[in-house]
Design a protein around this ligand. Structure first.
Ligand code: S3P
Length: 445
């Protein structure tokens, strides 16, 4: 059902230096939420800096199929909000492409409606666990029809009589938390979501900015979120900051490439997203955060990264949620660090766009890096020189592709990735931007 999948191999060759000042595209998590929550406001919201990648476009198209007017005017996206309860039954299947965030949050959004909607995605998304999102939705009263194991394609038979529930999220997942909050938006009464491990809070922040009755409290180390349903959300002018998960590739590339200095501007510094920066600092990275400010409810900064001598560290499990998408690129940094880097609490990496733990481990081995893979842990033994030369299996995972292209900038032999097309899901101009800084990434067909 997704368009035909055409792998496009890329090769990255070593470079002498990376230099420049750039901005990376808008934050993916905030972009999805900007479209979805604006669709529930009354009137026209504007979104500046929206990430125009495949993942986010899937969210926009799904909303359009349910009657939401979404259009780009110049460099601003306009979303004609219909208010909570305003969506219409989609006539066709909602294609979520490669995006777990789009799928899980949209499933929540459509739940409190008296209509059926069917979700599908690409081969990667069809393998990913969806029960974590559909289980609380079932508790709210909707009917779920799925493939064996709760997998997509999934049909949600919604109801306008969803029940407000109290739900403790069993895994550290902002997607699951947000799926319940999306459903709670159009549910009468107060829904409570409890997190044992705090995760990115963009949904909560944006809802607050739009005038929702949402209360977030810390209680005995847990986060308790209470959202009163059916608020009148005010249309907003949203400014999406640059994505720290995309900036991460440029920052690590600058740290490990000789004679480099790269500035990435306007990066989202939400505390639930900055675990990689904390870790890199502990590794001895020369990174500075300049011009710190708050834009549209999120903290942002300009980040300057310079070539650094890194040392291995132990990354505690409790930091995992705040850098969950950054382990692939951290593993590349760790390959060039002195000593070993131990990463713990990685069980969620097994259910990302690929089994990322395995994809990283196999990729590093094929480039001559010594590793030890555990069930939920990874040890990378760093070295002065990395052989490279691997042909990396990316398993339809954009972050595996980008990480190993960064490795090729520094390794002795070039690194090839079997498919760079998935980079379009989150960072369409990755190769162009990297090459502007001095990288040598090209098609290897
Ligand atoms: C996201 C949450 C994280 C992250 C994903 C985006 C979000 O997933 O890995 O890239 O926007 O809520 P989980 O919630 O499954 O950990």
């Amino acid at each position: 059902m997704s368009k035909a999948y055409k792998p496009s191999p890329l090769i990255s060759t070593s470079v002498s230096a990376l230099k420049g000042k750039v901005t990376v595209p808008g934050d993916k998590s905030i972009s999805h939420r900007a479209l979805m929550l604006s669709s529930q406001a009354i009137g026209v919201s504007t979104v500046k800096g929206l990430l125009e990648s495949e993942d986010v476009i899937h969210t926009a198209k799904a909303l359009q199929m349910m009657g939401v007017g979404i259009a780009r005017k110049g460099n601003v996206w306009k979303v004609n909000g219909l208010g909570t309860g305003g969506l219409q039954e989609p006539e066709g299947v909602l294609d979520m492409g490669n995006s777990g965030t789009a799928a899980r949050l949209m499933m929540g959004l459509v739940s409190p409606y008296d209509f059926a909607s069917t979700f599908d995605g690409d081969a990667s998304l069809r393998k990913r666990p969806m029960k974590r999102a559909t289980l609380p939705l079932e508790k709210m009263g909707v009917e779920i029809i799925s493939r064996e194991g709760g997998l997509m394609p999934i049909t949600i038979r919604g109801t306008s009589e969803t029940l407000p529930i109290t739900y403790e999220v069993p895994v550290a997942s902002a997607q699951v938390k947000s799926a319940v909050l999306m459903a709670a938006l159009n549910t009468q009464g107060v829904t409570t979501v409890i997190e044992k491990t705090p995760t990115r809070d963009h949904t909560e922040r944006m809802l607050k900015g739009m005038g929702a009755d949402i209360k977030v409290k810390k209680e005995k180390g847990r986060v308790v979120i209470k959202l009163r349903g059916q608020p009148e959300l005010k249309a907003q002018n949203i400014v999406v900051p640059a994505d720290p998960s995309s900036a991460a590739f440029l920052i690590v590339a600058a740290l490990i490439t000789p004679k480099s200095e790269v500035t990435v501007t306007n990066v989202c510094m939400n505390i639930h997203r900055t675990g990689l920066f904390t870790t890199l600092k502990e590794m001895g990275a020369n990174i500075a955060f300049k011009n710190k400010r708050t834009v549209a409810g999120e903290e942002v900064a300009d980040i300057v990264a310079k070539t650094s001598k890194l040392k291995g560290v132990k990354v505690p499990a409790k930091r995992a949620a705040s850098m969950i998408d950054e382990y692939p690129i951290l593993s590349i940094a760790a390959s060039f660090a002195k000593g070993k880097t131990e990463m713990l609490g990685l069980e969620e990496l097994r259910v990302k766009e690929s089994d990322r733990l395995s994809a990283i481990a196999r990729g590093l081995e094929s480039c001559g890096v010594k590793i030890k893979e555990g069930k939920d842990s990874l040890i990378v033994f760093g070295a002065d020189k990395v052989k490279g030369g691997g042909n990396i299996k990316t398993h339809m995972d954009h972050r595996i592709a980008m990480s190993f292209l960064v490795m090729g900038m520094v390794s002795e032999k070039p690194v090839t990735v079997d498919d760079g097309s998935m980079i379009n899901t989150s960072f369409p101009d990755f190769a162009k931007l990297m090459n502007k800084l001095g990288a040598k990434i090209k098609s290897s067909k």
